[in-house]
Design a protein around this ligand. Structure first.
Ligand code: HEC
Ligand code: HEC
Ligand code: HEC
Ligand code: HEC
Length: 236
């Protein structure tokens, strides 16, 4: 009997949902948030999602409530990272790479992380009558992201950022000593937190969890303590 209760308790603990972590994170732009950059809106999902009449113009968008894409739809290969040591699969001129990036989550992230105002990009205002009034950000409307979190800082766009969009397995095949293999469609990460691929390709969300992971900072999928996130893929 005692044993059964212990088992039942353990199952109960395992089945409990993980604590949500978007509230009070830097992605909580509501009036209740403790983040520096925030607004006068009551709701928090509304800055990115809407239940109805969501965007159909931004690719791969989950009930998306934003109508800006950070200029990604007009990106050229010159906007992408390049170096001599990349495999052909990761090179900017690789077949399909630019299209894959345009249809990834990059336009979603860059709709805010491009240093332009965040207030005007919202499609539906829900219960609110007026556009959100921001505090804490840069620019005349206090609604711009500045510094290193502005991926377009210095006009470099993705040129100075870790490569994305490539088929991860193609890189593993070409450099099998340098990269860890995919297991059941994911890359096993530190702390049992897997890094996902999307149609086999790497996106921002391979490294980042936009809603946050409890106990992990910088909206990372898994902790990068002792470079654990890097070592999930790189065998160095
Ligand atoms: C700062 C923007 C942002 C906010 C705020 C936000 N989301 Fe998301 N959400 C995203 C993005 C981006 C994706 C797509 C995943 C990706 O590629 O990173 C997503 C995906 C989702 C998905 C589908 C995939 C999944 O993770 O289950 C659900 C459901 C979701 N969001 C619910 C919510 C809810 C509910 C809230 C409010 C409590 C919320 N989101 C707040 C940006 C946001
Ligand atoms: C609705 C606007 C919005 C969208 C969409 C958005 N972000 Fe953010 N994000 C912000 C704001 C605002 C900050 C805070 C910036 C600051 O404080 O300088 C932030 C901060 C961050 C940070 C830094 C967190 C930290 O703890 O320092 C990361 C990482 C991040 N976002 C990743 C993403 C990724 C990846 C996506 C797409 C999947 C995304 N964001 C989409 C608004 C957004
Ligand atoms: C290979 C893993 C990886 C990929 C892919 C990746 N990031 Fe990051 N990102 C990180 C790590 C790790 C950090 C933590 C800060 C650091 O070490 O520089 C970070 C930090 C950030 C920050 C916060 C910068 C700051 O210091 O305020 C933003 C914003 C961000 N990432 C957005 C993105 C977006 C948008 C994409 C897709 C275009 C993306 N990241 C793709 C690993 C990644
Ligand atoms: C999800 C898997 C993944 C994660 C996590 C990851 N990388 Fe990478 N990284 C790659 C792939 C794939 C390439 C492309 C390699 C190629 O094509 O030769 C790459 C390329 C690189 C390169 C080489 C760029 C060049 O010019 O050749 C460096 C340096 C690098 N990553 C550093 C990091 C660091 C530092 C981290 C942790 C913050 C990290 N990576 C996290 C998959 C990953």
């Amino acid at each position: 009997m005692k044993k059964l209760m212990v088992v039942a308790l353990a199952v109960g603990v395992l089945a409990a949902p993980a604590l949500a972590s978007i509230k009070d994170s830097k992605h909580d732009l509501s009036v209740h948030s403790t983040a520096t950059i925030k607004s006068d809106y009551d709701e928090l999902c509304i800055f990115c999602h809407t239940p109805h009449q969501a965007s159909t113009t931004v690719s791969n968008a989950p009930l998306w409530n934003r109508n800006t894409d950070g200029g990604v739809s007009s990106f050229t290969t010159a906007d992408l990272y390049d170096s001599q040591s990349l495999t052909p699969a990761s090179k900017p001129d690789a077949a399909g790479l630019l299209d894959a990036i345009k249809n990834s989550d990059v336009p979603l992230c860059l709709s805010c992380h491009d240093g332009t105002g965040m207030a005007s990009g919202i499609i539906h205002k829900g219960a609110e009558a007026a556009p959100p009034v921001f505090t804490g950000g840069d620019g005349p409307g206090n609604d711009q992201i500045g510094g290193r979190a502005n991926l377009k800082d210095g006009g470099n766009v993705l040129k100075d950022d870790h490569p994305i969009g490539m088929v991860y397995d193609d890189v593993v095949t070409a450099k099998s000593d340098d990269f860890n293999a995919v297991v059941d469609g994911v890359i096993p990460g530190p702390g049992g937190r897997d890094l996902p691929l999307f149609g086999g390709r790497m996106w921002c969300a391979s490294c980042h969890a936009v809603h946050g992971v409890p106990g992990v900072d910088s909206f990372l999928r898994a902790s990068n303590e002792q470079s654990g996130l890097c070592l999930a893929c790189h065998n160095k």
